[in-house]
Design a protein. Structure first.
Length: 175
């Protein structure tokens, strides 16, 4: 009888051992799922952190864009004022101080623009770039290749690597 009892006990242990093995496999599977969820959460957190840092950097870099765009009209008006002064009035001793003051103000404004990453777009003689130039008119020209900027009506500007204002230009076309 002892041998029969031992065989019965061993078969009971085998059945219980199988259930325990199944439970252990289930726990290992759940642990792996939880581990994957933790890894995904960590990756998502890192992505959010990087995105926020990039947005913060862009906001800091381009914070003055609206102000700079407004200041371009001031620069345009200073340039128009200087261009409108006839040569004979420039030589007049009574107006020399005024003309010099306008010129100095224009240079100071250019200096401030340069310190803040605002640069003028070179247009004349360049091939039309729709990302920097806005064609206003086509001008028949035998000297320039078609598609080349031959006239600049308004200067364009970039702030760092972004367009602040396109240059308004006239483009050559075949005569």
């Amino acid at each position: 009888m002892n041998e029969d009892q031992d065989l019965e006990d061993q078969s009971d242990v085998g059945e219980d051992g199988g259930a325990e093995q199944d439970r252990l496999c289930e726990l290992v599977r759940e642990l792996e799922e939880v581990r994957q969820h933790v890894l995904y959460a960590q990756a998502e957190t890192q992505n959010v952190r990087r995105r926020l840092e990039a947005e913060k950097q862009a906001a800091s870099t381009y914070a003055a864009t609206a102000f700079a765009r407004d200041m371009l009209s001031v620069k345009d008006n200073l340039e128009r004022a200087l261009e409108s002064i006839p040569d004979e009035l420039r030589e007049d001793e009574r107006l020399k101080g005024l003309v010099t003051g306008i010129e100095v103000t224009g240079r100071e404004l250019e200096s401030v623009f340069a310190r803040n990453g605002i640069v003028r777009i070179e247009a004349l003689g360049q091939i039309l770039d729709p990302n920097r130039h806005q064609a206003m008119v086509e001008i028949p020209s035998a000297e320039a290749e078609p598609g080349t900027v031959v006239q600049e009506m308004q200067s364009g500007y970039m702030i760092k690597d972004r367009l602040l204002r396109p240059a308004l230009v006239g483009v050559a076309k075949a005569p």
